[in-house]
Design a binder for this molecule. Structure first.
Ligand code: FES
Length: 117
């Protein structure tokens, strides 16, 4: 059986070097976020490994530090590598964000593969 897939929007609407949160389940709260670097995207669950259930952005779409070089959890300042999701600094060093499979397809869409709880 093919896993469910869902279009999150247009890749062109994702600014290069920036992050965006998404709420594919229409729950009223973003469950994942994507960081764009050039033609590549890195998608992670919006769930900090430091504390179960902790959301990471201090306001919608704000997942990066000021230099836009790392993902930051604004609860306690943990910093994560954008490409690997590994925590490099803060209270959960060495822990890992959970990856979400998102692809950019020929139609120009950002496609989410599989469910995100
Ligand atoms: S909840 Fe993310 S750093 Fe503490």
């Amino acid at each position: 059986m093919t896993p469910p897939r869902r279009c999150l929007g247009a890749f062109a609407d994702l600014p290069d070097g920036d992050s965006r949160g998404f709420d594919p389940a229409a729950s009223g709260q973003d469950s994942l976020f994507i960081v764009r670097r050039g033609e590549r995207v890195f998608a992670w669950r919006d769930a900090c490994p430091h504390i179960d259930g902790a959301r990471m952005a201090w306001r919608r779409h704000a997942y990066l530090n000021a230099a836009r070089s790392r993902i930051v959890c604004h609860a306690h300042g943990a910093e994560f590598d954008i490409e690997t999701g590994r925590c490099l600094r803060g209270p959960c060093v060495g822990s890992q964000l959970l990856a979400v499979e998102v692809t950019v397809e020929a139609d120009g869409g950002l496609w989410l593969h599989g469910p995100v709880e």
